[in-house]
Design a protein around this ligand. Structure first.
Ligand code: SAH
Ligand code: SF4
Length: 380
């Protein structure tokens, strides 16, 4: 039984079961989420006897293991993180259903800093680390059921949901590997890895609460991306601001006809339904909704598409920005990368229409870590 993934109250309950006072749950939470201990033996605030008692009761930390690391020339690191099945069994073999992919991007990707810092210059007097800010891209499911035609993850189908501990655990494991000091280093999270967070809503939000309340990260430096799962957006709108990440919508097309063609989910929840749901979210001062827009050559990257997107964004009445992403190719996916000139024209056109627009720099392309490329390379 894993301790990581449990709230402070749940940890306190574990200790009560072990015959200890509930207040010690705080010490346990500190050890797991702040000190990032690997095993119960490392809980220095507990006596040896108590540590043994906890272990005898069957508890272990459950910090996910980084099973494999792929390093890109641009500093991006992609991890296969694994080893805990839904039933809590340890899996040292790399069964496809039991590893997820998490990406570390030093300096962010220029598109989704998650904290609005894409507008400022990231200068910092710290030099002992090679990065000044970084973004961790987190997975919410193994595979995905949504079936967007341009996305490699879709090819896996949905293998399973990740637990709250597995989602938060990706972050804790990467923070540990990179020796991140919370409160000092600037780390942003984007829930844009494998899976659709809003189809694993409860575990996703439980993970966010742990990351905010126990790990100490700010929800204003987190962005969750959804393909437009309307019931999920509606629930999300009801979350208190203290634990609500920023919201990004994978728009990816200028109208319903094109969107339904590349994102079949659009037939269930068309653009207007998604935008209506988003309008209910109470934004913080200066907060904006991000519309992600993948440029597919000949399909979504034409000049008239840019004008349509600008109209759509304006008509929504939402404080919004557009994040353009040049499509990253993958085996067996029948699309083409947009020409640099088309990308540039698209960006200028939106900007010219007064729509705030950012280009997401592709990161880790050489290791298949860029958007939509998170699929097990071990499968070829
Ligand atoms: N499932 C969620 C979050 C993960 S996908 C969602 O779809 O929003 C994160 C982003 O990557 C989405 O905006 C998606 O449109 C984009 N994406 C998927 N495949 C891509 C590819 N091959 N190239 C570029 N972006 C891609
Ligand atoms: Fe799933 Fe997002 Fe890929 Fe669509 S783009 S298949 S929702 S991971």
């Amino acid at each position: 039984m894993s301790l990581l993934g449990r709230s402070r109250e749940e940890l306190a309950a574990c200790l009560v079961e072990a015959g200890e006072p509930a207040w010690r749950g705080r010490q346990l939470a500190q050890a797991i989420y702040r000190q990032r201990i690997q095993s119960v033996e490392e809980i220095t605030t507990f006596s040896k006897e108590l540590r043994e008692r906890i272990q005898r009761l069957g508890w272990e930390v459950g910090l996910p293991r980084i099973a494999q690391v792929f390093t890109s020339v641009d500093g991006t690191e992609r991890y296969l993180i694994g080893g805990r099945g839904v039933e809590g069994r340890t899996t040292d073999g790399l069964a496809s259903s039991d590893t997820v992919e998490t990406v570390w991007m030093p300096e962010g990707d220029d598109g989704e800093a998650g904290d609005g810092s894409d507008e400022e210059n990231a200068t910092n007097d710290r030099i002992e680390k090679s990065w000044q800010r970084a973004t961790i891209c987190v997975s919410s499911q193994v595979g995905c059921a949504v079936n967007c035609q341009f996305c490699l993850t879709a090819k896996l189908g949905l293998q399973r949901n990740l637990s709250a501990g597995e989602i938060a655990g990706q972050v804790v494991a990467v923070l540990d590997r990179q020796s991140v000091e919370i409160g000092r280093d600037r780390v942003n999270l984007v829930f844009m890895g494998m899976g659709e967070p809003f189809l694993n809503y409860d575990n996703f939000m439980a993970a966010v609460r742990l990351l905010v309340e126990e790990v100490g990260l700010s929800p204003q430096r987190m962005t969750v991306s959804t393909s437009g799962i309307v019931p999920g957006i509606q629930r999300f709108a009801g979350e208190p601001a203290e634990v609500r990440p920023k919201l990004a919508i994978s728009l990816n097309a200028p109208n319903d006809a094109v969107r339904s063609q590349i994102m079949p989910i659009n037939r269930k929840w068309p653009i207007e339904a998604v935008v209506d749901a988003v309008r209910v979210v109470k934004l913080r001062p200066r907060e904006r909704i991000t519309f992600e827009y993948v440029l597919l050559a000949g399909i979504t990257d034409k000049p008239e598409h840019a004008r349509e997107v600008a109209r759509l964004v304006r008509r929504s009445g939402l404080p919004a920005k557009v994040n353009l992403i040049a499509w990253n190719p993958g085996p067996g996916i029948p699309y083409a990368m947009p020409e640099a000139a088309a990308v540039d024209e698209f960006r200028r056109s939106l900007a010219g229409e007064g729509v705030p627009v950012y280009m997401r720099r592709p990161r880790g392309r050489d290791i298949y870590a860029a958007c939509g490329q998170l699929k097990r390379t071990v499968e070829g």
